[in-house]
Ligand binder design. Structure first.
Ligand SMILES: [Zn+2]
Length: 210
């Protein structure tokens, strides 16, 4: 079982950990600062004992760290983890931007996002119906205002559902979430619209941050 340090402190850039299991080019550690890849999350990169990882993957309660080549480690070894902080920080900012933007769509226009995903340089929200240009423009404008207003961003575990997390931006409704965020909207920067598309009647809104 891997302790998920990234949920306790999303700003932690390095730690020492112990190797619990090895299988080919991949290892399970007793704790990690690397969030694994999922369909909606690109995952972290960085180094373990100065060797670059190709990514990490969650299987049951373990996080497997994958290397692109054979590894010199043994079980019980203590290793040092160094996070690629630039990548992580921009992923956190983009992720927070996405959650923040969902807020005014929901609160001001009763349009609730039904899906969302974080990619390497952009992120998108999906709504179940088409949304007019004016609403999109106003929601973006409100989100960019909220950035200046220093809203707090909080992630927390659900008290009744084990392993289930929520993220709440300011006074907007909390959204189910497994990702990582900056602590304050000011850290986001500025949200820009990349494109708006209709896919099978569903509105997809793609953003980036500057
Ligand atoms: Zn999220």
């Amino acid at each position: 079982m891997t302790e998920l340090i990234y949920y306790e402190d999303q700003y932690k850039k390095e730690i020492e950990a112990k190797i619990l299991k090895i299988e080919g080019n991949r290892v399970v550690l007793d704790k990690t600062i690397f969030i694994p890849q999922t369909n909606t999350e690109p995952g972290d990169y960085g180094k373990i004992n100065n060797m670059k990882i190709a990514g990490s993957k969650k299987e049951a309660q373990d996080i497997w760290h994958i290397f692109p080549k054979p590894i010199p480690f043994q079980e019980e070894n203590t290793v040092k983890l160094d996070l690629d902080w630039n990548k992580r920080f921009s992923a956190m900012r983009l992720h927070s931007a996405l959650h923040l933007l969902a807020g005014p769509f929901d609160k001001n226009f009763a349009k609730r996002a039904v899906a969302g995903a974080l990619k390497a340089n952009h992120a998108y929200l999906v709504f179940k119906e088409e949304i007019g240009d004016e609403i999109i423009e106003k929601a973006l404008e409100q989100a960019n205002k909220d950035i200046q207003n220093n809203l707090e961003i909080k992630s927390y575990w659900d008290e009744n559902r084990e392993g289930f997390r929520w993220t709440k931006v300011g006074d907007y409704a909390p959204i189910p979430d497994g990702g990582l965020h900056v602590k304050n909207t000011k850290e986001i920067g500025k949200i820009s619209l990349v494109c708006k598309e209709l896919e099978q009647g569903k509105q997809k809104i793609t953003i980036s941050i500057d």
